[in-house]
Design a protein around this ligand. Structure first.
Ligand SMILES: Cc1cc2nc3c(=O)[nH]c(=O)nc-3n(C[C@H](O)[C@H](O)[C@H](O)COP(=O)(O)O)c2cc1C
Length: 215
């Protein structure tokens, strides 16, 4: 198991994956980008308690780590939040969905939740450190996961999610700063041949979801 995780690049260093869960008492799937670490044979996530992912993990006690390098999937999961039902299938051994397009899956069961507070520009947020036990790993293609802070497009998507939170909390000054940062990050990504198309897609989503507009 350790060997497979290492081959995927999942170690103590934080990486970015897509976490899929079902909404409580339903088979309606949800997908969200999340950070992941692997320590002492446990998967570790730090998840904002206001997210659906956190609520779903608490309710169903199950989730799937989807391994992908498809930036479009990250952008859709973070900004658009609309997938077709047929893009998912049921996990093999846990009560959670998985994304058919992913290259590998780690099906897991959360074992412990440790709550703590984080204070930043956006105000105070409750976060849960979630520890989880691996139930099954299934790899279709060995693609290395994204390490944190290595892709400008992923950085742009993270800024876009923060901007959504800032707008939801009516933090206009911070939203303005984040819009500027978003623009800068997208420009960097557009100048990278490997990320140009993804950056253009993110830009389109931002316009569609009115994140780029200054009121
Ligand atoms: C690359 C990337 C990494 C992220 N990592 C985390 C994370 O570790 N914890 C977290 O709570 N949110 C993280 N986010 C933000 C969530 O994906 C975002 O809040 C999302 O809207 C949550 O969706 P949900 O409400 O459907 O769970 C990340 C976003 C991106 C783009």
């Amino acid at each position: 198991m350790e060997e497979i995780l290492e081959k995927l690049g999942i170690t103590r260093e934080p990486v970015e994956i897509i976490l899929t869960t079902y909404f409580p008492n339903s088979k309606i799937p949800n997908a969200a980008p999340m950070g992941l670490e692997y320590q002492n044979q446990k998967l570790i996530f730090h998840i904002y308690e206001e997210t659906d992912t956190y609520k779903n993990l608490i309710a169903n006690e199950a989730g799937v780590v989807n391994v992908t390098r498809d930036l479009k999937i990250f952008a859709n999961a973070a900004i658009k939040k609309q997938f077709q039902l047929n893009e998912f299938e049921r996990a093999d051994v846990v009560n959670a969905p998985r994304l058919k397009a992913a290259d590998g899956f780690i099906e897991f069961i959360p074992t412990d939740f440790f709550d703590y507070m984080k204070k930043d520009d956006l105000g105070e947020s409750e976060i849960s450190k979630v520890e989880a036990k691996i139930e099954k790993i299934y790899v279709k293609n060995f693609v290395p996961v994204f390490k944190r802070n290595t892709s400008p497009s992923l950085r742009a998507i993270i800024v876009a999610t923060k901007l959504q939170v800032a707008l939801g909390r009516n933090k206009e000054v911070i939203a303005k700063k984040l819009r500027k940062k978003l623009e800068e990050t997208i420009t960097v990504a557009k100048n990278l041949p490997k990320e140009k198309r993804a950056a253009e897609y993110i830009e389109k989503l931002i316009q569609e979801y009115s994140l780029g507009q200054v009121e």
